[in-house]
Design a protein around this ligand. Structure first.
Ligand SMILES: NC(=O)c1ccc[n+]([C@@H]2O[C@H](COP(=O)([O-])OP(=O)(O)OC[C@H]3O[C@@H](n4cnc5c(N)ncnc54)[C@H](OP(=O)(O)O)[C@@H]3O)[C@@H](O)[C@H]2O)c1
Length: 320
């Protein structure tokens, strides 16, 4: 079968389309004939070699999120899965391929009316948005800032905050056009994404959901209201300055909180329950997914070039 591997770490040109053996599902796994493969920011981080210290090697087959039809099951898995259209999390490898395997507990049946492209746009990121707002103890009437809102996590966070009664849903965006697309999804205020933009912001926010991190993080930390909660869910802009925690100590009397959040810490069944509800919402239009572009699997390098150039709004999907 066709698959995309990292021939050499670095630029997207280091990705290569190769022929590899069709995987055989291990006990507890299903195999999926893929119809859609999500291209995530973490794929770019792995491709650059940034995570080599965590055991990622050249030759790695990228991809963590697929949709398609189950065509085989491993030992111990109910054969009734065969033939069903599903979304699946494949771990941090194996998705950019014509067939992928996943543990059955990471597989979810899809509503008939939900496309594979929509499923891989929402499946992984929607639960991050949901549980990030929950961990931040967001409640109706509070103001929210979503930093890095134009990715699939932010797009869902904006919609959920608006739907659940935020008094303000501010976002950062790198252009007027991207900002107005976010307004269509529920944002009420658009800030320039540089830290300086915080000066244009209202005095403060009760909750910040931050996909970006990077050098600008302290500016946004300063904009928390008393008792405000700041949740770091991603680092697409790199790590924040090492001493950023001093901002919290300097603001001691304002009772601010900073936390990281990974959906890995949410029990699997809870993630699946929320994902299932979000898929149902997306199928009947109550939640919007934004597919930036659908490209053939062979054009994975182009997808990564577009990601690196900051051109993507939503998510790119590959189709084998
Ligand atoms: N916490 C979890 O459980 C979890 C799970 C999965 C993934 N993640 C993490 O989430 C991140 C990917 O999320 P995503 O796919 O939603 O994001 P994304 O699409 O990669 O980026 C979101 C937006 O951030 C803005 N941005 C990018 N670089 C920036 C920079 N240097 N400074 C300021 N803004 C910048 C861009 O919008 P503009 O150009 O409009 O500013 C971009 O569209 C990764 O860090 C990944 O590891 C976390």
């Amino acid at each position: 079968m066709k698959a995309v591997v990292i021939r050499t770490f670095g630029d997207p040109e280091g990705l290569e389309v190769v022929e590899v053996p069709v995987p055989v599902p291990a006990p507890g796994q299903v195999r999926i004939a893929t119809e859609a493969v999500g291209v995530g920011g973490v794929d770019a981080v792995i491709r650059r070699g940034t995570l080599a210290a965590y055991g990622f090697r050249e030759g790695h087959l990228l991809g963590s999120e697929v949709a398609g039809r189950v065509d085989a099951v491993g030992e111990g898995v109910d054969a009734s899965w065969i033939g069903r259209r599903v979304w699946a999390f494949t771990g941090l490898s194996g998705g950019y391929a014509e067939r992928a395997v996943a543990a059955v507990e990471d597989v979810l049946a899809l509503p008939d009316s939900l496309t594979g492209a929509d499923a891989v746009t929402l499946g992984g990121s929607g639960v991050v948005a949901h549980f990030a707002l929950e961990r931040a103890r967001f409640t109706r009437g509070e103001s929210v800032l979503v930093r890095g809102a134009a990715g699939s996590i932010g797009i869902t966070a904006v919609q959920l905050a608006a739907r659940d009664g935020a008094s303000e849903v501010a976002v950062t965006a790198s252009s007027v056009g991207r900002g107005s697309r976010l307004r269509d999804l529920g944002a009420t205020r658009v800030l320039d994404r540089s830290g300086a933009a915080a000066r244009e912001a209202p005095p403060g926010f009760d909750v910040v959901i931050d996909v970006v991190g990077g050098p600008g993080l302290p500016h946004f930390l300063d904009r928390l209201n008393p008792n405000g909660r700041y949740l770091a869910v991603g680092v697409v802009g790199g790590q924040p300055p090492a001493d950023f925690g001093m901002r919290l100590m300097d603001a001691f009397r304002r009772s601010l909180s900073f936390a990281t959040f990974s959906s890995d810490t949410v029990p699997g069944p809870d993630r699946q329950a929320v994902r299932s509800a979000q898929f149902a919402d997306a199928a009947h239009g109550a939640l919007r997914t934004v597919v930036h572009e659908v490209l053939p699997l062979e054009q994975a390098a182009l997808a990564h070039r577009e990601m690196d150039a900051g051109k993507v709004f939503g998510r790119i999907v590959l189709t084998p």
